[in-house]
Design a protein around this ligand. Structure first.
Ligand code: A3P
Length: 331
């Protein structure tokens, strides 16, 4: 275990900023919450990838949960058909089937899952991370494991992050009296606060564009190692994207499966509408703090149009042009 003292010493040398009332630290060019830094170090030092591992990479709120469910459904489709009541996706939240490495497995606040439980998972192990490509543990970069990255329009990501964070804060200040007292010191953040943090490149696991560009470049250089997916493309043509995904993980759909409607069944089972209706996704918490249902909100493209003023949109467009120039990546 990385000693807390070491983390504290490291923190003294790292740039520090505020993100909506909490401290974040810049480590290897990216921002992390106080309590995440130790997990990140543990993950970097101790994780041993297997050649067969399939690892989802993403920034929070870009479609991680959806991709977890799709990946699980594709990989396990022979064992469990989409409408079979024993399909684990009908009885577990997607985050309980695909563990996040730094926030679940290497989080010492949890009893389960712990690093040794990784050995108990059968291959291919399905895992996820919010770490940027440059900070991935060496064995992920050098082994034959594959990475599936998902990104999303930054304004829609921001809207999603805003609603998710507000809900977490409300839960955190659990009693009315706490809410009243703490509310005086920490007024509820506004969308403008989130927007400013984003534009100033201080959001957890960000900067957003650097994160996406890192994986984008890796996917161009090593197309067999990194698959780059966009939330909007998944929404627009899930069949095409699911076929890409299945081919990438070495389990392409057979023509028999296609004619049997297997792809459509998976899309339907993993749709936000179906996921929201499942009892298992309606109540309870993930990581002691996050309501399971808060991972399924609207699931739409373009919700941002209701939340930002024209100058804000213009500012984001400029930022995007500047950060993505010459990369070939667009939103
Ligand atoms: P919104 O808040 O815009 O609705 P993450 O999983 O990375 O935390 O991202 C959460 C976002 O993905 C939320 O976006 C959520 O509603 C959306 N989402 C979750 N499951 C989805 C699904 N099955 N289909 C489409 N979007 C989904």
């Amino acid at each position: 275990i990385v000693p807390e003292k070491e983390v504290q010493q490291l923190q003294q040398c790292l740039p520090k900023a505020n993100f909506i009332g909490s401290k974040i630290w810049k480590y290897q060019g990216y921002w992390y919450h106080d309590n995440h830094l130790q997990n990140v170090l543990e993950f970097q030092r101790h994780f041993q990838a297997r050649d067969t591992d399939l690892i989802i990479g993403s920034l929070p709120k870009t479609g991680t949960t959806w991709l977890k469910s799709l990946l699980f459904a594709v990989v396990n489709r022979v064992s469990y058909s989409a409408n079979h009541h024993q399909n684990p996706l009908l009885q577990n939240h997607p985050h309980e089937l695909v563990y996040s490495l730094e926030t679940d497995v290497y989080n010492k606040a949890f009893v389960y899952p712990r690093p040794h439980h990784l050995n108990e998972l059968s291959s291919p192990r399905l895992l996820s991370t919010h770490l940027p490509y440059v900070s991935l543990p060496e064995s992920i970069q050098t082994s034959g494991c594959r990475i599936l990255y998902i990104t999303r329009n930054p304004l829609d990501t921001l809207v999603s992050l805003y609603y998710f964070s507000i809900k977490v804060m409300k839960n955190y200040f659990s009693t009315d009296i706490l809410k009243m007292i703490l509310g005086m010191f920490y007024p509820t953040p506004t969308m403008q606060d989130f927007f400013e943090a984003f534009c100033e490149d201080r959001i957890p696991f960000g900067p957003f564009f650097d994160h996406a560009v890192g994986y984008w470049k890796a996917s161009l250089e090593h197309s067999d190692k990194v698959l780059f997916l966009k939330y909007e493309e998944l929404k627009d043509d899930p069949t095409v994207q699911l076929k890409r995904l299945a081919e990438f993980v070495g389990m392409p759909f057979t023509s028999q499966e296609e004619s049997d409607g297997v792809i459509q069944k998976i899309i339907e089972m993993c749709s936000i509408k179906s996921m929201k209706e499942l009892e298992v996704n309606k109540s309870g918490v993930i990581n002691k703090l996050f309501d399971k249902d808060s991972y399924f909100r609207k699931g739409e493209v373009g919700d941002w149009t209701h939340h930002f003023t024209p100058p804000m949109v213009e500012r984001m467009k400029k930022l995007m042009d500047e950060k993505l120039e010459g990369t070939g990546l667009s939103y």
